[in-house]
Design a protein around this ligand. Structure first.
Ligand code: FAD
Length: 330
């Protein structure tokens, strides 16, 4: 029987806490490759792997398939991103119920962006105005699934109710460099506090490129009363085209030194090195500043994120110390 050495155990205890983000595959070949990626990511013992969800529900089936794969083939907790833009209350209720019934107990609640040109009040916005309302709905659906009055479902025993899947983590998005529609920084903090008050127990940030953006945001959030963990979202970006695309999608301008370095480097291996190095330095800085772990955007590839983790220069609190702090806030 293999026995790990005391120093290996100590290394594992000090390894930074990580989680990963994937998106649903677009075809069968990508689905096959994604299965292998998930297996490799699971070996890093992440806290959870989250799977994105197309605004308007466009990826509902494929997202659920990936989440089920994680649930059935790994020991890792799958986290479902859910968006509610364009949904009625009844649609959103059905969606949450369907994912809970599939055994998913962690969610990243998002409103999601409406189609271009849609304004508040349009059908394209739907019944839920913000992700805070979706957070409340997730908790409400869970409560409705637990008929504590014996009269509601005769014969239902408390032990059966206890064994049903229930939301463990209800996460929300946070925007350290400001949401694209935000006009002043306090709006972003107010939005985050509202999400926590609604029942969120974890925040995951949009990409950012400088440690001070994240650390300053966390300081302002704490001063405003936000108590939940705020996980920094970091991505090793390994091509100039992807860096440009990310800036377009997130509205967060890319750092010019990284853009130039990727642009002038001719080889793929060299670009990988540059992207990993940048992400590992950023990750180490935010961990040193007190971040509770790192949420790594994988772009459905394992190589760059796993190399980033290997290159971190900071050790952090162990798994148990964070999970003790994640509680229901409702
Ligand atoms: P909320 O904070 O609930 O806001 C609702 C709306 O209010 C926004 O759409 C915006 O119009 C406005 N708003 C929000 N904050 C401000 C502000 N500070 N000032 C002014 N107006 C504001 N999108 C997807 O479609 N699918 C995904 O799987 C997905 N995953 C994501 C994961 C992470 C970690 C992050 C950070 C973003 C993700 N997004 C995803 C993008 C997200 O849907 C958009 O960024 C969206 O604009 C904000 O979503 P929200 O749920 O935080 O909205």
């Amino acid at each position: 029987m293999p026995v790990s050495s005391p120093s290996a155990a100590a290394d594992a205890a000090c390894r930074p806490r990580v989680s990963f983000e994937l998106f649903p595959p677009r075809n069968d070949a990508a689905a096959l490759a994604l299965g292998r990626t998930i297996d490799r990511l699971a070996e890093a013992d992440p806290d959870f792997i989250s799977v994105t969800f197309g605004a308007g529900g466009t990826s509902r089936g494929p997202s659920l398939t990936v989440l089920r794969y994680i649930l059935d083939h790994t020991d890792v907790e799958p986290m479902a991103h859910l968006t509610c833009v364009g949904s009625s209350h009844a649609d959103a209720n059905r969606l949450v119920r369907e994912f809970l019934d599939a055994g998913i107990t962690s969610f990243l609640a998002l409103r999601g962006d409406p189609p271009k040109g849609a304004v508040d009040g349009d059908d394209a916005i739907g019944d839920l105005a913000s992700s805070a309302e979706l957070v409340q709905l997730i908790h409400r659906v869970q409560e409705e699934r637990e008929p504590f009055g014996q009269s509601r479902i005769p014969g239902t025993r408390a032990s059966e109710i206890r064994d049903r899947p229930r939301p463990e983590r209800v996460a929300v998005a946070a925007f350290p460099t400001g949401h694209p529609r935000s006009r002043f920084p306090s709006q972003d903090i107010d939005a985050l506090l509202a999400k926590e008050v609604a029942g969120a127990n974890l925040a995951i940030t949009q990409l950012f490129w400088y440690a001070d953006d994240y650390l300053g945001f966390v300081d302002r959030a704490r001063a405003a009363g936000v108590t939940m963990d705020i996980l920094p979202g970091i991505m090793p970006v390994t091509t100039p085209a992807r860096l440009r695309r990310l800036a377009e999608l997130t509205g967060v301008p890319a750092p010019s030194d990284l853009a130039i370095a990727l642009q002038v480097e001719p080889s793929e291996a060299g670009q990988l090195e540059i992207g990993v190095d940048y992400a590992a330095r950023l990750g180490s800085e935010v961990l040193a500043g007190g971040a509770p772990g790192l949420h790594l955007y994988t772009f459905n590839r394992h190589e760059a994120v796993l190399s980033t983790i290997d290159r971190l220069t900071v050790s952090t609190p162990t798994r148990s110390s964070l999970s003790e702090r994640i509680e229901y806030t409702i």
